[in-house]
Design a protein around this ligand. Structure first.
Ligand code: FAD
Length: 293
């Protein structure tokens, strides 16, 4: 039988109130966003906060907007809102592609980008996509806000770089320049499941068709979402020939750190898939940067 411990519930209407509550109940409270990870954990007894601080009544945390050289996404923006965003479809379609592959319709309707990052599941899709896009996470505490590079955000599995009581308020990505393309390629046991492995690639080509810049993020292939640093180096400044792409994909597999699990397969299988998925994602990203589909 599942037993839910009792807890106090608050529904603040401003970020300020939420932060004040978090400070008052420091160490005993959890923020509640879409509830798609927290509530299952509470039901399973893996989390038992004394106080829940529901973020859903706070206005102004759900938005997607272009501002200068950035696209800014409010922390409470649902996966589904990202899936149907015109701004993202035009400027950073990899976000739309990834959102459509998260969970099932209910998870996408309720789950938020901020909640997903705060949960810091190495099988979460957003971390890898933001690594590929070189995104930033805005973290707000009682003393103000700071921007944390996505590379610094994941400390370990289920351990984000958030101090007790700190709130993710926004995610920012640099608006990709022209001749950019991205792809999120995910292998799952069945639609709606977490990734066995996945690769996010975002790149920009120069006028000579060389890769000017590239970001590669890997999902379910290590203790956190990972950047494939060596693979990025192999590609940068090169023409995306079959040989170069193959070499980069192999490097991504070599720098991945998957673990065997009874549900989704062995370490060797996942590493082999890392190469296949990275290669596919690079080729798709190149084709899209050239204006293809
Ligand atoms: P919640 O569950 O409300 O919170 C999660 C954690 O983050 C809690 O510790 C909470 O206190 C904290 N938190 C929430 N918001 C903030 C904030 N703004 N600042 C600081 N801390 C915060 N995810 C994938 O990426 N890919 C999948 O394929 C996928 N499949 C799923 C399938 C199922 C059946 C389910 C139930 C979930 C799946 N998920 C998947 C997870 C889903 O994306 C969740 O929405 C996400 O992990 C958590 O977001 P949430 O808004 O629901 O957060």
């Amino acid at each position: 039988m599942l037993v839910l411990d009792s807890f106090e519930y608050f529904a603040p209407t401003t970020v300020r109130q939420a932060l004040a509550l978090a400070e008052k109940y420091r160490g005993r409270s959890r923020f509640l966003a879409g509830g798609q990870s927290l509530l299952p954990m509470m039901k399973l007894g893996l989390a038992s906060p004394n106080v829940l601080i529901d973020l859903n009544r706070i206005k102004g945390l759900e938005y997607i907007k272009e501002a200068g050289k950035w696209i800014r996404i409010g922390a409470m923006t649902r996966h589904n809102a990202i899936a149907s965003s015109k701004v993202l479809a035009e400027k950073a379609p990899i976000m739309v592609e990834a959102a459509n592959q998260i969970g099932d319709p209910q998870v996408r309707n309720m789950g938020t980008i901020g909640g997903s990052l705060a949960h810091a599941d190495p099988a979460g899709d957003w971390g890898s996509v933001l690594i590929a896009l070189r995104g930033l996470v805005q973290v707000t505490g009682r003393r103000g806000s700071k921007l944390v590079m996505i590379d610094k955000f994941f400390v370990n599995s289920f351990t984000p770089r958030l101090r007790s009581g700190e709130l993710i308020t926004e995610v920012r990505i640099p608006t990709p320049p022209r001749r950019s393309g991205g792809a999120y390629v995910k292998l799952e046991r069945r639609a709606g499941d977490f990734a066995i492995a996945a690769a996010a690639v975002q790149l920009t080509l120069d006028n000579n068709d060389r890769i000017r810049s590239v970001g590669i993020g890997l999902t379910s292939l290590g203790p956190t979402n990972l950047r494939a640093v060596k693979a990025e180096k192999i590609l940068t400044g090169q023409l995306p020939t079959a040989e170069v792409v193959e070499e980069a994909a192999k490097a991504a597999a070599a720098e991945s750190k998957p673990v065997t699990d009874p549900l989704r397969g062995s370490q060797d299988y996942k590493r082999a898939m890392a190469a296949v998925l990275t290669k596919r994602a690079i080729m798709m990203a190149v084709s899209r940067a050239r204006g293809g589909g």
